[in-house]
Ligand binder design. Structure first.
Ligand SMILES: [Zn+2]
Length: 285
């Protein structure tokens, strides 16, 4: 099965239609989910970076920015997902992590079609190192907010799977039901799910990114099963009872994904800062 760009486009169109109906931005974890993850991430900064905690407000406010670039910048949409189970190498546990090597194998158009989230994340991380090195506070803030967004997308299981909207299993719309309607209803619980520990230094950022994306992909089945279970039980995919059951069966995973997204984002910011020579907070102008 080949999830082609046309399907993505159709999905985007339906999102745009929904946007018009709801007047509410809806991508990835939604504005509220992204803002919460970026806000909480600074609490995971290790002691050496504590002075940067004050960046939390900016990182939160600008967490959804990459979603709003999608319409104007056509290179942006594929940066938000990777249908990683499309690749035989992933299925067999031998994923090709190097972008150029994957392009050699599949061609550039195909790799872009399937989504380039891991390398968009890595590139943003590398640019953040440069911004830290240059003591460029404005750039560092912007790049860190973007990085938080891409890391959070990598922790949304449906951004890592071919069946990203249940379109292959007669569960269309599960993406929106799960990441927006259900998540927005439970923001209070999610607010309290974080368990900040000092974020570790990451030796191999690209491998680290693929690791959490693989983890995300591995829990997709639980989300799709919960959607079917709740539908079969309630006879509806829109009732309060359906959403109650969805949360009951997927809330614990969602809390883990939010917590890990904040920690993994903090780890990459910390690693970028260390690799830039640990510029002091006051030197960032
Ligand atoms: Zn996104």
């Amino acid at each position: 099965m080949n999830i082609n760009i046309k399907n993505r486009f159709i999905f985007s169109l339906s999102i745009v239609s929904l946007l018009a109906l709801c007047a509410q931005p809806i991508f990835a974890w939604g504005d509220k989910g992204h803002k919460l993850i970026n806000k909480k991430a600074v609490e995971f900064f290790p002691p050496a970076m504590k002075s940067f905690e004050i960046w939390g407000d900016y990182l939160s406010e600008h967490a959804p920015d990459p979603d709003y670039r999608k319409e104007k910048d056509k290179s942006e949409p594929p940066k938000h997902f990777i249908d990683i189970d499309y690749y035989n190498e992933f299925q067999s546990g031998n994923m090709i992590e190097n972008e150029d090597s994957l392009i050699t194998e599949y061609g550039k158009n195909e790799v872009i079609k399937i989504g380039i989230l891991p390398w968009a994340t890595l590139n943003t991380y590398n640019e953040l190192i440069a911004a830290f090195k240059n003591h460029n506070k404005v750039e560092a803030l912007k790049l860190a907010a973007d990085l938080g967004h891409y890391v959070a997308d990598g922790h949304q299981p449906m951004h890592t799977v071919m069946n990203y909207n249940g379109q292959l299993t007669d569960q269309k719309g599960v993406h929106f039901r799960y990441e927006i309607t259900m998540v927005d209803e439970h923001l209070n619980q999610l607010e309290n799910c974080f368990q900040p520990l000092p974020a570790p230094y990451i030796k191999d950022p690209l491998d680290f990114i693929f690791h959490y994306i693989s983890n995300s992909n591995s829990v997709c089945g639980i989300l799709f099963d919960a959607d079917n279970f709740a539908f079969n039980y309630c006879g509806s995919r829109s009732s309060d009872e359906y959403y109650k059951l969805m949360w009951f069966r997927t809330g614990y995973i969602t809390e883990i994904q939010f917590d890990h997204a904040a920690e993994d984002f903090a780890s990459l910011v910390y690693t970028a800062w260390v690799n830039a020579g640990k510029p002091s907070f006051n030197d960032m102008k």
